[in-house]
Design a protein around this ligand. Structure first.
Ligand code: GTP
Ligand code: MG
Length: 204
């Protein structure tokens, strides 16, 4: 799929104020600093999402309208220890509200840094998604930081850990925003879901 237009639409912290046009939404979630905003910029080919080396940069629900047909949604990160407890709770409630209540959420991309061992916070978050029936896929980020053999080893280890509690490994992607890796795969995946939704709507 080709992105011909991408535009920042709105930021807010209340899902009731999110766009009400019922277009499908693809959101990015994961630990602070994992590369959510960078990935959105990579997919859109220009810097529409705010990126920073300091964790906690994205603090609101940000909607970007793509090809005037669907949304990419940038969310605050979870698990950042150095913000105050009240800020952390506020982020958590924004994220939880969006993830569990937003009907337009079509697929949630859970980002994990490919360099690290599977983290408890991510595994627990995905378990919650499974229990709540939220459709999601895993996106490994920062693959430019590893050699191909290390990428293979780490993704294999991730899969083994996931399979201890999942029947099958969720859909996963290996990406690098720095090297534009995984871009076509992610966009094609979104495209295929949009096509399915469109055929379902026309059949009804
Ligand atoms: P919060 O909004 O704070 O939760 O962070 P985020 O998940 O949106 O991360 P962001 O995109 O702001 O990136 C955090 C840092 O990681 C920045 O310094 C980015 O330049 C860097 N980064 C993101 N993606 C990549 C990547 O693919 N490769 C490398 N080498 N660095 C990356
Ligand atoms: Mg961000």
């Amino acid at each position: 799929m080709l992105i011909v237009s991408s535009e920042f639409l709105v930021s807010n912290q209340d899902i009731k104020k999110c766009p009400s046009d019922n277009l499908p939404e693809y959101a990015f979630i994961g630990r602070s600093n994992v590369g959510k905003s960078s990935l959105i910029n990579m997919l859109c080919k220009h810097n529409i999402a705010k990126v920073s080396g300091t964790p906690g940069k994205t603090q609101l629900i940000n909607h970007f309208i793509i090809n005037k047909q669907w949304y990419l949604v940038d969310l605050p990160g979870y698990g950042y220890a150095r913000v105050s407890k009240s800020t952390k709770e506020k982020f958590q409630s924004i994220v939880t509200d969006y993830v569990l209540k937003r009907q337009q959420l079509t697929c949630l991309f859970v980002l994990v840094d490919i360099r690290h061992e599977p983290q408890k916070i991510d595994l627990e978050f995905m378990r919650m998604l499974g229990e709540e029936g939220v459709p999601f896929a895993i996106v490994f980020t920062k693959a430019d930081k590893l050699k191909p053999s290390e990428i293979e080893q780490n993704t294999k280890q991730y899969k083994n850990i996931m399979l201890q509690e999942w029947h099958e490994m969720p859909m996963s992607f290996i990406t690098s925003s720095a090297k534009e890796m995984g871009k076509n795969e992610l966009l094609d995946y979104i495209d295929s879901i949009n096509a399915q939704l469109a055929s379902y709507t026309t059949k009804k």
